[in-house]
Design a protein around this ligand. Structure first.
Ligand SMILES: [Fe+2]
Length: 171
């Protein structure tokens, strides 16, 4: 059974994952409006990914005698950017924010003897490390290709491959 305190912490993380899912949807809209369909698809997949993290936490709370809750208000998401590089720097900040909160939650679990939840969270810790590395690799590609209008077509094409890898489970 989960303590009230760990339930509160997990419900806060549920909220953050849902917020991240919404944030990625706003980025999908940005990419669609810029005529970058493969980058839009990347953000749709990322949004699904965040929703699946949210659901894993949600089900974990309910399966262990707790009450999972998702509040109505998920907070404002950023939807206006100057360049595709700005978009991916924002993605990095978004993922880094989630990393910090997952780490903080795992540390709290250890300090409060919530070992089962600490163990459960290790997949999230690993996932965040992978997410930050992947986004950093994309930022490097964008910086090398440049992001003038004429390069965006080719950059978008690169995401076809990235999306296929993601769909194949190699995020
Ligand atoms: Fe996540």
């Amino acid at each position: 059974m989960l303590s009230k305190a760990v339930q509160t912490k997990l419900n806060e993380q549920i909220q953050k994952e849902a917020h991240a899912s919404n944030a990625y949807l706003a980025l999908a809209t940005w990419a669609e409006n810029k005529g970058l369909p493969n980058i839009a698809e990347y953000f749709y997949l990322a949004s699904d990914d965040e929703r699946s993290h949210m659901l894993q936490l949600y089900k974990y709370v309910n399966a262990n005698g707790g009450s999972a809750q998702l509040k109505d208000s998920l907070g404002k998401v950023k939807d206006s950017f100057k360049t595709v590089l700005d978009v991916f720097k924002h993605v990095f900040d978004l993922e880094h924010g989630v990393t910090l909160s997952v780490n903080e939650l795992a540390t709290w679990c250890l300090q409060n003897n919530e070992h089962a939840t600490f163990f459960f969270l290790q997949a999230f810790v690993q996932e965040q490390q992978d997410a930050e590395r992947n986004v950093q690799e994309i930022i490097t590609v964008i910086e090398r290709m440049g992001f003038e209008d004429r390069n965006l077509f080719y950059l978008d094409k690169q995401f076809k491959k990235i999306n296929q890898q993601t769909a194949a489970g190699g995020a």
